[in-house]
Design a protein around this ligand. Structure first.
Ligand SMILES: O=c1ccn([C@@H]2O[C@H](COP(=O)(O)O)[C@@H](O)[C@H]2O)c(=O)[nH]1
Length: 315
């Protein structure tokens, strides 16, 4: 079985980029053609929204699969549509994997050990997509309840060749409210980072990186730089580029000198690029897929120019 981190790094080397496209469908922002076809078929209903989300995401996957190594569906938008939404999430994950993409499901799960085990079984398929109902390669997890609650996820990841991304220093404006609280000489986020580094270096078993990663926001570049140095064996998932204001310069420190060790997420900035200047003027909503392709290519070029991603060696 090939561990998650090896599969991720092969995909990054193959596509020559660490750009990660977030799949965060929002009804009001979908192209009018997709909305009206869903309304015609299902009326204004959750079934209609879920089918529109699925169509939108499948078309995005077709556009970005040749360009990027991975996608990150945001579970919340699918869950919001009820059972049909959850079925759409499942279909989107499968389609992305069939298109050769690594799938990181952003569901931020966490609970007491026995319940965490059920979440892990539900979402972490690792290398074999038939081994879980929501067949993600990797899952985001919340460490707030303690290291024992991460163990079932770690165990499952090691059994199936899956990966995890533990929330360490998030990208939202209030991230510091709790994460920056200091006790015994370190902040809460540093204490979590040290725990994740221990888990991932054990998992790495002598390799450079383990499959236990960390979420660290692009919107706090100083903390990102500190955390890269503090968690040497930990691959990073960096949200906050683009719509939340993070730039390629802000995320440069997330990478090692070979351009590995991190993926940078952009969701709205790519999937809704046809709604925003200048791509809105260039393509308009009718050519939304071309705008998405162009936005993904712009992000790829930006990362290649301003971060060590430009040093990636081809596989
Ligand atoms: O700290 C975090 C953790 C997760 N996210 C998620 O990433 C995307 C970001 O979307 P953008 O449109 O690129 O802002 C979204 O799914 C968040 O829930 C995050 O932003 N910050």
């Amino acid at each position: 079985m090939i561990p998650y981190i090896q599969r991720l790094h092969s995909a990054i080397q193959k596509k020559q980029t660490a750009a990660l496209v977030g799949l965060d469908p929002r009804w009001e922002q979908l192209p009018e053609t997709i909305r009206s076809s869903a309304l015609d078929k299902h009326g204004d209903s959750m079934i209609g929204r879920a089918s529109a989300y699925e169509e939108f995401c499948l078309r995005i996957i077709d556009v970005v699969a040749p360009l990027v190594p991975a996608v990150k569906p945001q579970s919340a938008f699918f869950e919001e549509c009820g059972p049909e939404g959850v079925q759409a999430l499942r279909n989107v994950i499968r389609a992305a994997r069939d298109a050769g993409l690594i799938v990181i499901c952003d569901a931020k799960r966490g609970d007491i050990g026995s319940t965490a085990q059920a979440y892990a079984n539900a979402y972490l398929a690792g290398e074999d997509p038939s081994s879980a109902p929501f067949a993600a390669d990797a899952l985001t997890v919340n460490p707030y309840m303690g290291v024992d609650t991460l163990q079932p996820f770690v165990q499952r990841a090691s059994e199936v060749g899956g990966g995890l991304y533990v929330l360490v220093r998030t990208s939202n404006p209030g991230a510091g409210d709790f994460q920056d609280r200091t006790t015994e000489g370190s902040t809460l986020f540093e204490a979590v980072a040290d725990g994740v580094e221990r888990l991932s270096s054990e998992f790495a078993n002598g390799a450079e990186y383990g499959s236990i990663g960390a979420v660290v926001g692009a919107t706090f570049p100083k903390e990102l730089e500190e955390l890269r140095a503090r968690m040497k064996h930990v691959p990073l998932l960096v949200p906050g580029y683009g719509s939340q204001g993070g730039t390629s310069k802000d995320v440069a420190s997330a990478f090692d000198s070979n351009g590995l060790g991190a993926v940078i997420n952009s969701s709205r900035g790519i999937i809704f690029s046809y709604r925003k200047s200048p791509l809105a003027e260039e393509f308009g909503e009718a050519r939304w897929e071309e705008a998405v392709e162009s936005a993904a290519k712009l992000m790829i070029a930006d990362l290649a120019e301003h971060t060590p991603v430009g040093n990636l060696k081809s596989s």
